[in-house]
Write a protein that binds this ligand. Sequence first.
Ligand code: IVH
Length: 671
Amino acid sequence: MSSERTAAGKRIEALRRELREHDYRYYVLAQPEISDAEYDRLLKELADLEERYPEFRAPDSPTQRVGGAPTREFPSVRHAVPMLSLANTYGEEEVLEFDRRVRSGLKGEGIRYVCELKFDGIAVSLIYRTGMLTRGATRGDGDEGDDITENLKTIRSIPLRLRGANSGWNDVEVRGEVFMAREDFEKMNAERARVGEKTFVNPRNSTAGTLKLQDPKLVARRPLQFSAYYLRAENKNLKSHFENLQTLRDLGFPVSRHTQRRDNIREVIGYWREWENKRESLPYDIDGIVVKVDSLAQQKKLGAIAKSPRWAIAFKFAARKRETILRNILLQVGRVGTITPVADLEPVFVGGTTVSRATLHNEDYIKELDIRPGDVVIVEKGGDVIPKVSGVVREKRKHGSKPFRMPDRCPECGSKISRPRDEANYYCENTECPAQIKARIEHFAHRGAMDIEGLGEAVVDQLVSLGFIRNYADLYELQARREELLGLERWGQKSVQNLLDAIEESKKNPLARVLFALGIRHVGASMAQLLARSFTIEAVIKASREELEQIEGVGPEIAESIVRFFQDSHNRDIVRRLAKSGLRFKEEGRRRSRSSAVSEKTFVLTGTLSTMTREEAKGKIEALGGHVTSSVSKKTDYVVVGSDAGSKLEKAKALGVQTLEEEEFLKLLNR
Ligand code: IVH
């Protein structure tokens, strides 16, 4: 052998070792040491050398990832151990049931569970012989799958040879999920659209389609990733799934950093809740979690029924997106005359509830997405989000559908409607529009406002239509018309008395509730509390914009809206009548409300909390007399920091505002 060739052989070996190490740092440790350009330079040097000295070519060389020759058909291969699938569960009850079955199968033995993310991708099996990747296959029917070795070799996060493999790792099977990150998927789709190729529906379909390609060179160009979740090794005494995952990392496989071992099913449910809230923060899609019994001996004892193991289960999240038919676009008239388009949907189960109405925001939104009655639409519902129509499935549009047009008259009273400049909404200009009157009274009686039991939508509708009430001051004068009420359809002694009692009882509500119930634009429940703490109602009525803006949390828009409301003589008249009826217009014991560590304090919430939603946290703070605002300022007392907190945390640090971790926040609430 010439010395030149010997040197080339050595260099080739060194380059391969170096490239493998970089792959490992990049894909497993997520700590790359060199730039992509530098990596490509090393790879090119290796490829050139292998070109010059073909005798050194090797199937596990990093150069082999660019994709080999096309195949016409994938050979079928048999899995040594069947690839099972998981039973699905959707609710806590079913998961508790799973736990009971596991425990009864193990009769009092201690159990630990491993919680993993359930990747929304494609399961594959990888076989390593004497440390080298020799076969990669799809799951197929669980017993037999397709041999897609050449395609899988193009995935850079799948090691072509086991890391540090020497002693005894001869016969190894690794299973895991191939998937695509959302952003990579979108980039790829945009590029396909640009060159006129067909686009994929979602990352999972795109992954499945890619793995089926017969030309590995095409596969090599698609952004596929791999995450391992199963190890089988002959002649190794493996004991725990969780430990196997660590071994997989050591062998050079990417394994999710979010996998955790939990001591009981309650904690498993906690993990599920946490990820139900946080799933959006991941760069790829997950559709639930997978719960596995940790001990391999226990797994064996539990065994499998049909195609599913008894020792593992998929605990899925409710789909947050579903397709359904948009039956019609309704127009809802709100209490200040705002006309909001609402989707009337074929009922669909999404995000944990059945949805038949969803917001369409405003005219511009409908136009932008070109949403038409009769369309198949996508309905989305996140954790605490109101359902919304987020898109149209154009391919399913029926012939003859027409774009939506806003009418020029109020659907309720027929008066002209108009859209002020710089606003997205249309308004019905008739303040006596029955729909507005009803909406105002419904709001007034609502649980969060005056909480008048028995005064729901149907009753308000009846009383307004028959002319008994035209505004909420009329409610407190109903007492005098009890005989007339008794003559109405559906009303008897008892129901009339209950309603009148509930109205009477509502007079005891504190000022903050009254202020909220008035329905002043921009004055929500917590703003009403702020106002009530600072002013009596007479003072609010007389307050100038400037005086109102003195209150922390009151901006120019809110101040303007309050002033406008009380400038209206009709509103002033109603308020006067409410006062005469005996509603509370002064805050008793003002500023002496039960003081807690939270009361009177201003909070900003950022990031995701694991024990509650932000909406829940807000409710708790407000119940204790604190306020929640959306942006951090010097007047902010605390910034509550959940996981994946963003710029608000930085702002808090910059301004020296005290930050609270979730645990500290919980302590404060309980103090
Ligand atoms: S374990 C018996 N772990 O879910 C064990 N599967 O129905 C079965 N999946 O085909 C596989 N993430 O495509 C496992 N962390 C995870 C997973 C996972 C996603 C998929 C996989 C499998 C299906 C099971």
